[in-house]
Design a protein around this ligand. Structure first.
Ligand SMILES: Nc1ncnc2c1ncn2[C@@H]1O[C@H](COP(=O)(O)OP(=O)(O)OP(=O)(O)O)[C@@H](O)[C@H]1O
Length: 323
């Protein structure tokens, strides 16, 4: 039976001379998702990915990819990888680069005959495959790297900042590609600093900071951002706010209309308070013209957890200095 998780690690640690890197990372990546792996610069993301791929030897801990131990040939056979700092031999053409990778993956002649033209097309390099990589723009080089990562039709694809060199059109194409891969049942492990991009393609994320895992899960469910609702209501007595106070953490008047309506931004204790408040207002005969829950943003969730980790680390540092 296939495990629910394609990647699992237990206290995986890779340190450089006993410092930095990543430490005690216990992570589960579900099958068939685009998984966002986030963290500030120097948090340990690339170290963790390179350790998963067997490019670095763990200091301690363990992990599996598709059930095979990390670093084993079995686990490496079934993954694709686009590194952050890609650099390809510039004397090769795009097609020759893919041929070389096809040799490394052990793709048969028949497979590469269909797979290479298909991938050139899929990454937007149709008609450019016979040009030398030296003549490729940075974005085109990133696209050919993406084709290399997908060549063996891997079940798990690691993409490290896959859109860093791409224009907005290219970024959208890569987002669509990630969606397609997910729809095909593949798992994409995405490292990216572009939180708006991650937000639009990922439900599941993990955040690491200062080498350690801070949190993982469906980012919309990670307790961070209090629910907010934009409301427009008709004339109301001020006492109504006292009655609603058990549900509201904060209220902000955001505007008025000529018809005597008022716009409010309300921060609530929990989402379930929205229907309760609406019922209360309408029972009191107060007209509600609109009530729209605000969508949370990944950036808020990210900042919340990174700041929380900062505060914990500062607390531990203070205790150690005072001892
Ligand atoms: N080869 C190395 N030797 C020594 N220290 C290293 C090495 N590679 C990374 N580090 C350190 O390990 C920590 C994590 O680095 P890593 O590159 O994994 O972070 P990252 O989260 O991928 O950062 P970025 O977002 O900037 O790419 C950093 O403090 C870095 O300086």
């Amino acid at each position: 039976m296939k495990s629910e998780y394609v990647i699992e690690t237990q206290r995986l640690t890779k340190q450089y001379d006993g410092k930095a890197g990543c430490r005690n990372i216990t992570l589960q990546v579900p099958r068939g998702v685009v998984f966002g792996f986030l963290g500030p610069n120097g948090a340990g993301k690339s170290t963790f990915v390179r350790t998963l791929l067997g490019l670095l030897i763990p200091t301690s801990g363990k992990g599996t990819i598709l059930g095979a131990p990390i670093g084993s040939i079995e686990s490496r056979k079934r993954v694709g990888y686009l590194p952050e700092l890609f650099r390809y031999p510039e004397w090769l053409t795009g097609r020759q680069l893919l041929e070389t990778h096809a040799d490394l993956c052990g793709l048969s002649r028949t497979e590469r005959k269909t797979r290479i033209p298909y991938l050139l097309e899929r990454v937007g390099l149709h008609g450019r495959g016979d040009e030398k990589i030296r003549s490729y723009s940075k974005g085109m080089q990133q696209r050919i790297g993406l084709a290399c990562a997908l060549l063996s039709d891997p079940e798990v694809v690691f993409l490290d900042e896959p859109t860093s060199a791409l224009d907005p059109i290219g970024r959208r194409e890569v987002r669509e590609l990630m969606d397609e891969l997910r729809n095909e049942g593949k798992t994409v492990f995405l490292n990216s600093h572009l939180l708006s991009e991650v937000e639009s393609v990922c439900d599941h994320v993990a955040i690491i900071h200062k080498s350690e895992l801070v949190v993982q899960g469906d980012w919309r469910k990670l307790s961070a951002v209090k629910p907010q609702v934009d409301m427009t209501i008709g004339p109301a007595p001020s006492a109504i706010w006292d009655e609603l106070s058990p549900f509201i953490i904060q209220k902000e008047c955001t505007g008025f209309t000529d018809e005597g309506r008022t716009h409010w931004l309300l921060t609530l204790k929990q989402e379930e308070n929205i229907p309760v408040m609406i019922r209360h207002l309408s029972d009191k005969g107060i007209a509600i013209y609109q009530a729209t829950p605000r969508q949370p943003h990944l950036e808020d969730v990210f900042m919340y957890w990174v700041n929380k980790k900062e505060a914990q680390t500062a607390h531990v540092d203070n205790r150690e200095t005072n001892m």
